[in-house]
Design a protein around this ligand. Structure first.
Ligand code: MN
Length: 382
């Protein structure tokens, strides 16, 4: 699980789209890990008469990528096609009846459990050859509501009126409720892990933790049960962010909301914004796979000339400062870490909110290598 590369893989996978008054952009990047085990889903306009509805999800796999990849492909269908979700939908006279809040809630839970049950019967799971598991966090956006469903330690947040107004809860083995379930199933929590090994207490897959006799699927050492939250939509809703712990390990909910909000005033490309978040997290020291989906509502901040100009001024200030330092400092003080240090103290309050110096590290690096006088003993570079 914990193997790392010599240098991070920084190729990014991007996707974006719009519809139903929403726009989304996503980015995923392998980073320092030897394997890429994250997966994601983004669908605007759902089948079965739910064209006004949309679905977004992030899956963070462990011990392999099988379960996360399968969830990304199948979770949505399992949720919206099951009996509980369809509920009392009456389509006989051609008019579509929207599922009730209760139906959606029940349907989401049923979808998670059925998908888990189904994966359990896959030959490589039965044989134990594949031991992979995955967290899942998803948001279903209907015309009136946002349904959040979380299983594990990926997280979704809602930014409303300039503030992080809602966040899903992470399922960690040390949480009292989780610990109680684990102990009731005959397990223990050591070094904050299930039986000293698994760092999340809820996940899809992980079938070696789901074999306790006499206990139901939601009473096992690891539970596939999603925790579901419903928010009424409001004109003050700005955006949603869904991300795995590779992002949340190095940024708080408030930092990420502030950062995304500030970037929305500089570009309307949500893919570009997702890329900046991922780069910033890499520079902040994240060693994990990273995945992020940003979904904007009509109330999201718009690109502003003032903000764009301010960002250009910051870039110009950085460039000027680097030029000065390169001229003024003796050669032994011209290395990149020293330049970074000087910039961080001198330009401290000009960096993007929530991102700080890390949000500008890429720009600083490239400017530094552009301006630095060419000398032979070029060390590693960026
Ligand atoms: Mn992770």
């Amino acid at each position: 699980m914990g193997a790392f590369l010599d240098k991070p893989k920084t190729d990014k996978q991007n996707k974006g789209g719009m519809g139903n008054g929403l726009r989304y952009g996503l980015c995923s990047m392998q980073g320092w890990r030897v394997e890429m085990e994250d997966a994601h889903t983004a669908v605007i306009g759902l089948p079965y008469g739910l064209k006004d509805w949309s679905f977004f999800a992030v899956f963070d796999g462990h011990a392999g990528a099988k379960v996360s990849a399968f969830c990304a492909e199948q979770l949505l269908e399992h949720i919206i096609a099951n009996e509980d979700f369809r509920g009392k939908l009456d389509v006989t006279d051609g008019t579509e009846v929207q599922p009730s809040l209760e139906d959606v809630k029940k349907g989401i839970k049923t979808g998670f459990l059925k998908l888990d049950e189904m994966m359990r019967t896959m030959p490589e799971m039965v044989s134990g050859e594949d031991k992979s598991g995955s967290t899942a966090v998803c948001c279903i956006v209907s015309p009136q509501h946002i349904f959040f469903a979380n299983c594990g330690d990926s997280r979704a947040v809602l930014c409303r009126n300039g503030k992080c107004s809602f966040a899903t809860r992470d399922h960690k083995p040390v949480n009292p409720e989780e610990k109680e379930r684990i102990q009731n199933a005959g397990g223990s929590v050591m070094i904050q892990r299930v039986n000293g090994s698994l760092a999340v207490s809820r996940a899809l897959g992980d079938f070696e933790y789901k074999n306790v006799e006499g206990k139901g699927p939601c009473e096992q050492l690891v539970s596939p049960e999603p925790e579901i939250f419903i928010e009424d939509r409001s004109p003050e809703d700005q955006f949603l962010v869904l991300a795995c712990d590779g992002i949340w390990d190095v940024m708080t909910n408030e930092e990420l909301c502030a950062f995304v909000e500030s970037r929305m005033k500089i570009t309307d490309s949500l893919e570009q914004i997702s890329n900046s978040v991922v780069d910033t997290c890499l520079y902040k020291g994240s060693r994990d796979n990273m995945s992020i989906v940003v979904v904007s509502f009509e109330g999201a901040p718009k690109v502003s000339d003032v903000a764009v100009k301010k960002e250009q001024e910051l870039d110009a200030k950085i460039e000027t400062k680097i030029r000065e330092l390169l001229l003024k400092e003796s050669p032994e003080n011209q290395d990149l870490p020293y330049i970074m240090h000087m910039l961080s103290t001198e330009l401290d309050d000009s960096f993007p909110p929530g991102g700080g110096l890390a949000a500008k590290k890429g720009f600083i690096e490239s400017t530094y290598y552009k301006l630095r006088p060419n000398d032979e003993q070029d060390d590693e570079g960026p």
